[in-house]
Structures are given as C-alpha cells and as structure tokens.
Design a protein around this ligand. Structure first.
Ligand SMILES: Cc1cc2nc3c(=O)[nH]c(=O)nc-3n(C[C@H](O)[C@H](O)[C@H](O)COP(=O)(O)O)c2cc1C
Length: 400
C-alpha cells in the first residue's frame, strides 16, 4: 500500500479525524473515491461511534449533513461540550467483584437496559429513508428510551408501534398555546408518558455551518421539504392544525407555562435546555418532574460552556428531587460515567445515533448503542461500579 493510501486509511479511522469533522477533509460522495478508503463496510465493523461519522458524511446530502453537524455562531459551545469530558478523569478501582455489572435504569417507573437515551432530533428521514422508525426499532432491540421531536418526519403513533412501547414526546411550544395543547394531547393519546419541553431556542439562532453547506447543495429536496410553505409545519405532528402565522417556539415563554401544561396533560413534564442551577431550582419550584441539561448540542446560545461544566451547579440545586438528564458531546462510555458521577440520572445522545442511522439505517443505530453500552460497562468495571448507583463523585477526579 502506498504511503498516501495508508495515511488516508489511518485518518479515516481516527477519532482525531472525526473530531475535525467536515473541516478535516474534502467532501466527496462518489463511491470508490479516496475518502471511501478506510471507511467501514458494514455496521458490525465499527469499533467506536466515530467510525459511523465518516460513512454518514459520505451518504447524507450536503445540506442535511451541514444541518446535522452545525453549531451556532463560532461553535465554541459545540467544541466545549466535547472538551468538557477531558477536564475529568476516572478514578480506577481494583479488587472489586465486578463479575456482574448492571447498567439498567428506572425512570418514572419504567426500566430501561441503559442510561443512554436517544435525544429528540427533528426530521430523521433527512438522514435515512426509514428515519425515526429505524431508530425506534433499534431502541426496541436494545431497550433504550427514545424521545421523539415535535418536528419528527414520522407521526408519534407509528413510532410507538415500531418501538413496541411508549416513547417520550419533545415539545416545541410554538407561539400558540392551543397548538401546544393539541400536540401534547395527541402525544398523550398515543401513549407517551412524558413530555420534554424544549426552552433553549426562544428567538431563532445562527446556524452558520448549516447555511454554508446548504449553499453547496443544488438538489430539490421534496423528500423532507414541502414544495410550498414552511418545511417545519408540513411535518406529521402538525397535520390538521392551524399553522397560519405560527412560530415553532415562543419568545415570551415563562415558568407559568408548566402550570398551563399541567392543566392539559397528566404526562410527566421535563424542561429541556437548562444550563444554570438557578433555572433548575425554578423549574423544580414550578413543578417540573425532571430536567434536561442541554444546550441543544451546541445549537442554542453560544455560551462557550459545555453541558458537563453546568452539571455540578444543577445537581446541587436539584438535590435529588427530580431526575436530571444531560446531553451534549457524549461519545464514549467513559463520558457517561463522568456525567453520572456529577449528578446526572441518565444521559442523552444526539449526533452519534444519527451517524449510525445515516450510515446503515437500523443496524447502524443498533451498533452505536451496542458500542456505547459496552464501553459504559467497561468504564463501570474500571471504577468498580456494579450498578449505576455505585457511580459516585468519588468515581472521578478533576485535576487542579
Ligand atoms: C440535527 C439536530 C436536530 C435536533 N433536533 C432537535 C429537536 O427537534 N428538538 C430538540 O429538543 N432538540 C433537538 N436537537 C438537540 C438534541 O436533542 C440534543 O440536545 C443534542 O443533539 C445532544 O448533543 P449531541 O448531538 O452532541 O449528542 C437536535 C440536534 C441536532 C444535532
């Protein structure tokens, strides 16, 4: 093998390369082109979640790829989400009987095989024709919680049928309370036991990378955009709703929204998109049943602060009263241990399972979950934790 080939193969397989994302190489979609060298040929060949990123990049059209990878503004937060994990180290423990390790978790009375949750990601048919259905089947096969986006490309009823169990519903409140109530009632009627209200996008955002990629994409994408009107409101959850003049979120939303939601649903209510202890206290005081520490995967405010860095303040404020889910930059089993050690009850993943989906459909998502669960199990063995409760603050160190 010549040197250039060997280098490309090394680069394509390296997490460093994956971390560089798009900017680490030139874009090419032609099968057999040099960037194909070193890419895994099937889902089972993946050794870590990053192996799927390059295959998904090859498969997904440029505008959709740009949408997936984009952060906001200069993407400081996107990078900080990932970097935060390197600020902590695991504390290895030995001579503990770790012959049985239990990664299962109970949330609101339901047991899942793993604390890894599939975060809401809109319009998943943009990444693979089977979209949310393929993800639901993988969640079913591996026993994971799936949270379905308001802007899903498949209706909640069909996703629950494919999951074979309830999923949670993520709510974009829209600018109209009546529409929000109808969305929530539909999700509840379909069987969702919980709604996660996303509050981190009150007034638009600047997804520069997505816009740059969209400029390079000349396709007419009727698969996920209606020929006329707003793409968002042509999605299945808005069928038969009056979307005239509607915004997807509201810039006047305040804490009393939780009470309003309580009046229309019996579902558990979680608030998604909190980054401060103060807001976490307010959420609990206003009756939230859970908190999702999230900056939308670096796509909300470009604070430059990773979610893991926000977690200690939030868990101190919550004091165990409600479950805390954290997402943003989770790519390794060791990341899960670090988040749980800092007070998270569970963690969410976004882009990694979409890499699996975009690369190979359901088998890709299956393998992403399998890899992360195995890494988690090994990390738990390494810190001497036989179950999730045994992951404590003493399981990690923050060097001075
Ligand atoms: C392409 C894309 C679409 C997303 N769509 C939604 C959505 O519809 N609703 C929502 O609450 N969060 C959405 N998110 C945020 C995710 O739920 C989650 O917070 C984030 O992806 C976690 O970070 P990670 O991608 O680094 O794992 C989206 C994220 C991405 C990357």
């Amino acid at each position: 093998m010549n040197t250039r080939r060997a280098f490309l193969r090394f680069l394509a397989a390296s997490p460093l390369y994956a971390g560089l994302g798009y900017f680490g190489r030139s874009y090419a979609q032609t099968p057999g082109s040099p960037v194909d060298e070193g890419l895994i040929a099937r889902a089972d060949d993946a050794l870590d979640v990053f192996d799927f990123e390059s295959v998904a990049h090859r498969n997904i059209p440029p505008a959709h790829w740009g949408y997936l990878i984009s952060g906001v503004d200069g993407e400081d937060t996107l990078r900080a989400n990932r970097a935060a994990y390197s600020h902590y180290q695991l504390q290895a423990r030995r001579m503990v009987d770790v012959s049985k390790v239990d990664t299962s978790l109970e949330l609101f009375g339901t047991r899942f095989n793993s604390p890894l949750i599939l975060c809401p990601i809109g319009a998943q048919k943009a990444f693979h024709p089977e979209g949310e259905i393929a993800v639901a089947k993988a969640a079913r096969a591996k026993g994971h919680l799936q949270i379905l986006s308001t802007v899903t490309s498949t209706g909640v009823e069909d996703v629950i049928a494919a999951r074979g169990a309830p999923v949670w519903f993520q709510l974009y409140t829209t600018s109209n309370l009546d529409v929000a109530a109808k969305l929530v009632k539909r999700a509840e009627a379909a069987g969702c036991p919980a709604v996660a209200v996303t509050v981190d996008l009150p007034a638009g955002r600047n997804i520069e990378t997505a816009l740059r990629f969209a400029r390079t994409d000349t396709r007419t994408c009727t698969a996920c955009h209606a020929p006329s009107g707003s793409a968002l409101f042509s999605r299945p959850m808005f069928a038969q709703l009056d979307t005239e003049g509607l915004q997807i979120t509201s810039s006047s939303l305040t804490w009393d929204f939780i009470k309003r939601l309580r009046d229309v649903t019996r579902m558990k209510i979680l608030i998604k998109g909190l980054e401060s202890g103060q807001d976490a206290s307010l959420a609990v005081a206003h009756g939230a049943d859970g908190i999702i520490v999230s900056n939308h995967g670096g796509r909300a405010t470009d604070t430059g602060r990773g979610t893991l860095e926000c977690l200690p303040d939030i868990s101190a404020a919550v004091r165990g009263r409600v479950p805390i889910i954290l997402d943003g930059g989770v790519r390794r089993g060791t990341d899960v241990v670090k988040a749980l050690a800092l007070g998270a009850t569970a963690v969410g993943i976004g882009r990694p399972y979409i890499w699996g989906l975009g690369a190979y459909g359901q088998p890709g998502v299956d393998r992403v979950l399998e890899l992360l669960n195995r890494e988690l199990m090994l990390a738990m063995v390494g810190v001497g934790a036989r179950n999730l409760r045994e992951i404590t603050r003493a399981s990690i160190i923050r060097p001075a």
